[in-house]
Design a protein around this ligand. Structure first.
Ligand code: NAP
Length: 778
């Protein structure tokens, strides 16, 4: 048996499984998704996204990938018209065939590095003390995937549920609706029309396919062994409506019934259940799909923290507590709707009363919030703040699986005070200064702490130096685990009682330039005073040296990193200690919505400090290496990820920066000597850098009318945090590649970038600058 290892194996690549896989990747967990089908499904299936799901997808930057969706605030409760208008950016129902939702989620999860194995039919689940093995049959072979946790997202007829014998109590189906998607018919639209003999629904979509659904009053859910045949719904439709749809072409025929069951335990040790595998319900109004996607959003970040060894006690179990309760309530409202919808003439009096009630605004809003998932409130801890436990539609896009602390824009005290309070958790939680803007964060001075799934776990006026910040720390511990270091001093004072800032790059070898900051200032080097700069990936390595260098010469520098930790803050502190100005911005690059997420943060930081969002210097430095993978071993997923981070992100950052860049501005892209120096183990990486070099060539003409230059700087082997630089023999070998007989220091490259960013380089654009210390001389 072949054994593969990962943190989490997800069974089922439907919407819930794919969203979960992406969420886990955002949290850093290694994920393998096993899917029985060899090709994505083609049935339209569930086609409604509700407001809460839209908010979640928006927070992950996923809406663009779904395209323009038809939207309708007209919904129903058991077939009784119900206006779904609510205070959310996405009121109402949003229509998209499930195939579209799945395609967008699949691409997103894969781009984040999830591994999808199609054609894998799970045949066994074996749990042990240290892990769980999913046994699957693929191409006639049995394979095993060993993981620390397994999540069943394999739908209503969950194989994992059957294999593990998970208890699945509830009520059996009593009534069913027969449903078909039919092409080539033209019949009148019917919205939950109650006819004398039964219920009829007909809706034609933009592609000309009509979905018909029918139920004959008094009929019981049959004992079925497979999908119904089209003749059945044709005859039923004729009986109910008198219309003949027999000449149509059925694309998909099935039934759905009103069974209502839930697994007793959403978490059973190392096995968890999400989506329809966890709950079976009638898919009235698309609630099933939305419930499943929201399960995934609740579980992903918790499980990622768990496998990273950082989850506080009970965090993973809170998935069961929270989502079982939500599921149970949803099943209740669905049962009530099924009764109203499919009950015979005897339910008419109840329908009449409900129809009267929904005209009362509080009733309408109550039912609408229930259906759209906006009324969910988790027990997130002590306190009586009205926001506690509720979701916050905070509009912070693309923040992935991290928590957010959102101070009200009017919060007193510098953002630094909040930053210090948060510092020990900065690898898990982001501070978004002024991020409470446009939210329901009520009073000036307050802030809210929001979980990665958008629910508020702390709200208060403390922090900002007003009290000891104990409540905030308790909430951070409860939801994000123990801090990296003792937290006492951070929370209380403005004094940066942090781990010592790292020094600049290691002592340069003989011959390397090493002016001190004060020498530089004494030499009158302040070429960038009054300028603003963004250096991507400047928490360490070459980017860090560039940020320090530009700041030393007067630039206000946005120090960017992917997801934080203290490194970016340390760079900011170093710059400030030296009398410079900087602030940190965080955004994962290489994921949908990355450029927007980064620029929203950047623009806020610039605005706070300069009053404008003007940017003078953009340095595209962030990048990832290919990891020395041989050409025949590079996977499509690795290839896509390299291109997403190294090539696609710089293009869209430049595109996004066009409105911010000042005339006479500068763009510098960091590429690599590997575009001119063969290395068969880094082909894909070198291809990304080759692509980046095209940016300078073509953008140069586009930007020249505004006096903006754009150039490529290609470093050779340059010291960074890679452990290889701690091995003297390796360093010696690498040094031999340079004509100067040493490896590059980050400062060597930073100086070249500073030159290109300066007025002195005004006559250079579209150029490739070899900063390899002569490595390319051969
Ligand atoms: P490094 O030490 O590995 O630092 C990489 C920086 O990029 C970090 O700040 C990191 O942020 C950020 N980053 C990585 N992936 C990111 C993502 N997906 N989203 C946002 N930020 C991300 O790199 P380096 O060695 O200084 O290299 C800098 C640039 O020079 C890269 O483009 C690299 O390809 C190029 N280069 C380096 C060498 C060399 O020998 N060092 C040679 C030729 C070219 P976090 O701290 O948040 O991870």
């Amino acid at each position: 048996m072949t054994t593969l290892d990962c943190d989490v194996v997800v069974v089922g690549a439907g919407p819930a499984g794919l969203l979960l896989a992406g969420e886990l990747r955002l949290g850093g967990a290694a994920v393998v998704v096993l899917e029985r089908r060899t090709e994505p499904g083609t049935e339209s299936r569930a086609s409604t996204l509700h407001a809460r799901t839209m908010e979640i997808l928006d927070s992950r930057g996923l809406l663009d990938a779904l395209g323009e969706l038809p939207n309708d605030v007209r919904g129903h409760f058991g077939g009784i018209p119900l206006d779904l208008t609510l205070p959310t950016p996405y009121p109402g129902q949003w229509k998209i065939p499930q195939t579209g939702t799945e395609a967008a989620l699949r691409e997103w999860a894969l781009s984040l590095g999830a591994e999808l194995r199609t054609g894998h039919e799970v045949t066994g689940v074996h749990t042990g003390p240290d892990g769980v093995t999913a046994q699957a049959v693929a191409d006639g072979r049995t394979v095993g995937v060993r993981a620390r946790y397994l999540v069943a997202c394999d739908g209503e007829d969950s194989t994992v549920r059957r294999l593990t014998g998970a208890a699945f109590p509830g009520d059996a189906a009593r009534r069913e609706l027969v449903r078909a998607d039919v092409a080539g018919i033209d019949i009148p639209a019917r919205r939950f029309q109650r006819l004398p003999r039964g219920l009829a629904v007909a809706a034609r979509n933009a592609q000309g396919v009509t979905r018909v659904m029918a139920h004959e009053f008094g009929s019981a859910a049959g004992e079925r062994t497979g999908a119904p045949v089209f003749a059945e719904i044709r005859d039923l439709w004729q009986r109910l409506t008198g219309e003949d749809i027999g000449h149509g072409r059925p694309l998909w025929v099935n039934t759905f019934a009103d069974a209502a069951r839930q697994v007793a335990q959403y978490r059973d040790g190392r096995v968890l259940f999400a989506g329809d595998a966890a709950h079976q319900q009638m898919p009235i109004g698309g609630q099933a799909l939305n419930l499943g996607l929201q399960d995934a959003a609740n579980l992903g970040w918790k499980l990622a923290l768990q496998v990273a060894g950082r989850a506080p006690d009970g965090l993973l179990d809170s998935y069961h507590t929270e989502r079982h309760a939500v599921g149970s309530r949803a099943l209740g409202n669905i049962r009530a709707q099924a009764m109203l919808l499919m009950g015979g003439p005897e339910v008419e009096p109840v329908r009449a009363v409900v129809a009267e009630l929904v005209r009362e605004e509080p009733v309408r809003a109550h039912l609408a919030a229930m259906i759209c998932g906006l009324d969910i409130r988790y027990d997130t801890g002590p306190g009586d703040h009205p926001l506690l436990g509720h979701r916050l539609a905070h509009g912070q896009r693309g923040h992935g699986s991290r928590g957010l602390l959102l101070p009200h824009p009017g919060a007193p005290g510098p953002a630094e005070t909040w930053r210090h309070a948060l510092a020990p958790w900065s690898d898990r939680v982001d501070l978004v200064p002024g991020g409470g803007a446009g939210t329901a964060v009520p009073e000036p001075g307050a802030a809210v702490l929001v979980r990665p799934d958008g629910h508020v776990v702390w709200a208060g006026p403390e922090g900002g130096g007003q009290d000891d910040g104990a409540g905030l720390r308790t909430a951070l511990r409860r939801w994000f685990g123990e801090p990296e270091a003792p937290d006492g001093p951070y929370a209380l004072t403005d004094a940066p009682a942090r781990t010592p800032a790292r020094t600049e790059s290691p002592a340069p070898a003989a011959g390397a330039p090493s002016p001190t900051p004060s020498q530089e200032r004494d030499a009158g080097m302040s070429r960038f005073t009054g300028k603003t700069a963004l250096v991507t990936g400047s928490s360490r390595g070459i980017g860090r040296a560039i940020a320090l260098r530009l700041a030393r010469e007067g630039a206000l520098v946005a120090v960017h990193s992917s997801r934080g930790g203290e490194a970016a803050d340390d760079v900011v502190t170093s710059i400030e200690k030296d009398g410079g100005r900087a602030f940190a911005v965080r955004a994962e690059l290489g994921v949908p919505g990355d450029a927007d997420a980064l620029f929203l943060d950047l623009e806020q930081g610039l605005k706070e400090r300069t009053g404008t969002t003007d940017l003078d210097i953009l340095v595209n430095n962030a990048g990832i290496m290919g990891g020395g993978v041989a050409a025949d071993a590079t996977t499509p997923e690795q290839f896509d990820r390299l291109f997403a981070v190294n090539a696609k992100a710089p293009f869209f950052l430049i595109q996004r920066a066009l409105g911010n860049l000042t005339d006479g501005g500068r763009v510098v892209n960091i590429t690599s000597g590997l575009t001119h120096f063969a290395n068969p183990e880094e082909i894909a990486y070198a291809m990304t850098k080759g692509a980046v070099e095209q940016l300078a060539l073509h953008f140069a003409k586009y930007l020249a009318p505004r006096g903006i230059t754009i150039n490529s700087v290609a470093p050779g082997i340059t010291r960074n945090d890679n452990p290889v630089f701690g091995i003297p023999e390796a360093v010696e070998q690498m040094a031999a590649l340079s004509a100067f007989g040493r490896v590059g220091e980050p400062r060597d490259v930073a100086d070249v970038v500073a030159f290109l960013a300066s007025e002195d380089a005004r006559w250079i654009t579209g150029a490739f600058l070899d900063a390899t210390g002569g490595t390319l001389l051969g």
